[in-house]
Ligand binder design. Structure first.
Ligand code: ZN
Length: 244
């Protein structure tokens, strides 16, 4: 099975289209989406619609999707909140239904996937090995794909519970060993924050046990133009070109 794995689209339809086209070229059997289809960006309806019309996409709910769907907006800064409020006014009923139907945890034969962490699926950030250690104990399978920090990274846990961080930006490919556990952050399609503004996406070939990380150029200025045109906070536009 060949998977395409994405996360944190954040209503950036221009970036999503480039990523979906790329995955088509890679002949993936299925697309896994680790949450936050909406929030921050200018085209929430377009993003949900294209994912809901593909019959090979499996998603989980992210914290921004949750805030929009359930009007639960406590833990957001003002800028995020403004975009969430705006998104709530834009979404069609069908698209509300779609994000409301998503679970916090989902799985395939070989892995689970969540937005934040296996320990607290909706909202915990895994920035480093300490948080990863807490989550390795909570996994029903040996591999978990996540998003939420918008930074691609891979944590490996040996049988002796030794945790190592693998720099996926440098290595681009990670061969997964049977008997070890992995938490793999695939980065963000629509708002990368690791200093590289290109859209992030990963593929997972389960026969070769190989994860490959890619960065794709998209028309950042087009998304920025839409953000400003719609009156969303200017910071959400500026950060895209710097990837922060
Ligand atoms: Zn996010």
């Amino acid at each position: 099975m060949n998977y395409g794995i994405i996360s944190d689209i954040h209503s950036n339809f221009t970036a999503l289209q480039v990523v979906l086209e790329f995955l088509k070229g890679k002949n993936v059997d299925k697309i896994i989406n680790c949450g936050d289809i909406v929030g921050y960006g200018p085209q929430p309806n377009e993003c949900i619609k294209v994912l809901s019309q593909l019959n090979n996409v499996s998603s989980v709910i992210g914290n921004h999707d949750w805030a929009v769907a359930y009007n639960d907006k406590e833990r957001f800064n003002n800028i995020a909140l403004e975009a969430i409020n705006w998104t709530q006014k834009q979404l069609t009923l069908d698209n509300y239904d779609y994000i409301s139907s998503l679970e916090k945890t989902n799985k395939e034969d070989m892995f689970i996937f969540v937005h934040g962490s296996p320990r607290v699926p909706l909202s915990e950030y895994i920035f480093g090995e300490v948080q990863a250690a807490g989550s390795f104990k909570c996994m029903s399978k040996d591999i978990c794909f996540i998003g939420h920090t918008h930074t691609p990274i891979c944590f490996e846990c040996t049988k002796k519970k030794k945790i190592k961080t693998l720099d996926v930006c440098k290595d681009f490919q990670v061969k997964l060993d049977m008997g070890k556990k992995y938490i793999i952050n695939v980065g963000s399609v629509g708002q990368p924050r690791d200093g590289d503004p290109r859209a992030s996406v990963c593929t997972f070939d389960t026969e070769k046990m190989l994860c490959t990380f890619y960065r794709l150029e998209y028309d950042i200025e087009s998304t920025q133009g839409k953000i400003l045109e719609l009156g969303l906070p200017g910071f959400l536009s500026h950060r895209l070109e710097r990837g922060v």
